[in-house]
Design a protein around this ligand. Structure first.
Ligand code: NAD
Length: 271
């Protein structure tokens, strides 16, 4: 990728000269990462599926650097191709991709989970990741780059959130996807890694649709005190953004095909 480190007010900026695409950038982890990337000198393409939300988020991040809002649903191949085309039109390069957009979807006993709800979760979390990476790769290959996929502890080290079957399967598949693609891309100097957050304080948790789970499994909510490193406090989007920055930057230049859990030890005791 080639490192260009620039000092600003005594701080080293790690992403100067880089162009980054972040999906699901209007809120939570994606928004915190867009802000951090802009502060680190990157030009940031912020993608979301609601025009009003992504434009408002991009306006906030603009105070830190150059930003464009992109409107696309990550499950729509044509829209994703067009959105990435807009990045190339604007900046003529792409170095970093954070495939972050995701939903918790519907959590329900497996015999009550509707096919359309299963498909929706797999489509957004897995097919959305595939389309994001697929259309970005030709541009990343031009000079090398870094892809970061946002998975979860669910489906990778935790299997106790009964009802979250579709979600956990989509998240497990993102890890397999990352490892498959890592070998394919290594010769083009494109790295790809996957992060697995535990419970992070964003809107995602409250947006979960749960039904018929009473008495079905062991656990559907995070019990108090279950995050050892923070005395039960949820992680923050800003903490996750720091990990994404590490994986996007030259600091991780020899790392590819790797998953990293960021959960305060939660999945070690709740697996
Ligand atoms: P969030 O709800 O704030 O972010 C999800 C983002 O994805 C939103 O901006 C939303 O608009 C966008 N999105 C959803 N469907 C989309 C679609 N079809 N097309 C385009 N954009 C779409 O929550 P978050 O916690 O920041 O979630 C980000 C990622 O982190 C998700 O992939 C999630 O699975 C993962 N994650 C979150 C947690 C947590 O506890 N918050 C834990 C593990 C993993």
């Amino acid at each position: 990728m080639g490192a260009l480190l620039v000092q600003k007010e005594g701080w080293i900026m790690q992403l100067v000269g880089k162009v980054a695409l972040i999906t699901g950038a209007n809120s939570g982890i994606g928004f915190a990462t867009a802000q951090l990337f802009a502060q680190q000198g990157a030009k940031v393409a912020m993608l979301g599926h609601s025009p009003a939300d992504i434009e408002a988020a991009a306006t906030q991040v603009q105070q830190w650097g150059e930003v464009i809002p992109l409107v696309a649903d990550v499950t729509n191949a044509e829209a994703m191709q067009a959105a990435i085309g807009q990045v190339m039109e604007k900046w003529n390069r792409l170095d970093i991709v954070f495939a972050n957009a995701g939903i918790n979807g519907v959590w329900a006993p497996v015999d009550k989970l509707e096919l359309q709800d299963w498909n929706q979760t797999i489509n957004v979390n897995l097919t959305g990741t595939f389309l994001t990476v697929k259309y970005a790769i030709p541009h990343l290959k031009q000079q090398g780059g870094s892809i970061i996929v946002n998975s979860s502890v669910n489906g990778t080290r935790m299997f106790s959130n009964t009802g979250a079957t579709a979600y956990a399967c989509s998240k497990a598949a993102q890890v397999a996807f990352t490892k498959m693609v890592a070998l394919e891309l290594a010769k083009c100097h494109v790295r790809i890694n996957v992060i697995c957050p535990g419970a992070i304080a964003t809107g995602l948790i409250t947006a979960t649709h749960k039904y018929d789970l009473e008495g079905v499994g062991l656990r559907v909510d995070y019990p108090e005190g279950a995050i050892p490193l923070s005395d039960g406090q949820l992680g923050t989007a800003e903490q996750v953004a720091q990990l994404v920055l590490f994986l996007a930057s030259e600091a991780s230049s020899h790392i590819t095909g790797t998953e990293i859990w960021i959960d305060g030890g939660q999945s070690l005791i709740q697996g």
